[in-house]
Design a binder for this molecule. Structure first.
Ligand SMILES: [Ca+2]
Ligand SMILES: [Ca+2]
Ligand SMILES: [Ca+2]
Length: 196
């Protein structure tokens, strides 16, 4: 841990160390997106205190800025797709989503405008879409615009997003800060089984 003082010469800080406990009575602590301590199968908080997104609750839930608090993308049973909604922009807004991938499976992710349509060139200059490995940190690859959508997409031809080992992988959206960085989006996920 490092603390960088705003003041020349430094100053004295108090540091509070917190060990969050998931399931301690409905109190979200640092790094927990939710904590409703509830076994109700309809709830939208998983056993790791991460918000669960599904067709009935598809709006991103902040804080989701790192892999610990990533929103869990949960397509309906027997289906492979889910489209979520989010807002990006401002200092430190990273939007992390986590997907469960079967052995040999693949991930597609397509960033769209707020209406769910392909983006025009009028998008934040630093808009990015990254595919992140199971450790939640290592970038496996980046989404790119294509001929029909100026927003970045990760598609089935991306070698970094196919033939995966089973486990949880992450997709991260950022658009930086400053003028023109605010961006409301839809993000369509497809998790495909092994093609073997
Ligand atoms: Ca808690
Ligand atoms: Ca956000
Ligand atoms: Ca965020």
């Amino acid at each position: 841990m490092g603390i960088d003082s705003r003041n020349p010469g430094g100053t004295i800080y108090d540091v509070l160390a917190v060990a969050p406990v998931c399931g301690n009575g409905g109190m979200p602590e640092h790094s927990e997106t939710c904590d409703n301590n509830d076994d109700d199968p309809g709830n939208v908080c998983d056993s790791q205190c991460r918000a669960v997104l599904n067709p009935e609750a598809n709006e991103e839930v902040e804080p989701n800025d790192d892999f610990v608090g990533a929103n869990v993308v949960t397509p309906p049973s027997g289906e492979s797709e889910l489209t979520v909604r989010g807002n990006s922009g401002g200092r430190c807004d990273f939007d992390m989503f986590v997907l469960s991938v079967p052995e040999g499976g693949s991930v597609q992710a397509e960033l769209l405008n707020v209406s769910g349509l392909p983006c025009t060139p009028n998008i934040p200059p630093n808009l990015s879409l990254r595919f992140v490995d199971q450790d939640g940190i290592t970038e496996r690859g980046k989404g790119m615009p294509n001929s029909s959508n100026q927003c970045p997409s990760i598609d089935a031809t991306a070698t970094f997003a196919r033939d995966l080992l089973s486990g949880e992988y992450y997709v991260r959206v950022t658009s930086g800060e400053g003028e023109g960085s605010l961006f409301s989006y839809q993000l369509r996920f497809v998790v495909l089984p092994s093609s073997q």
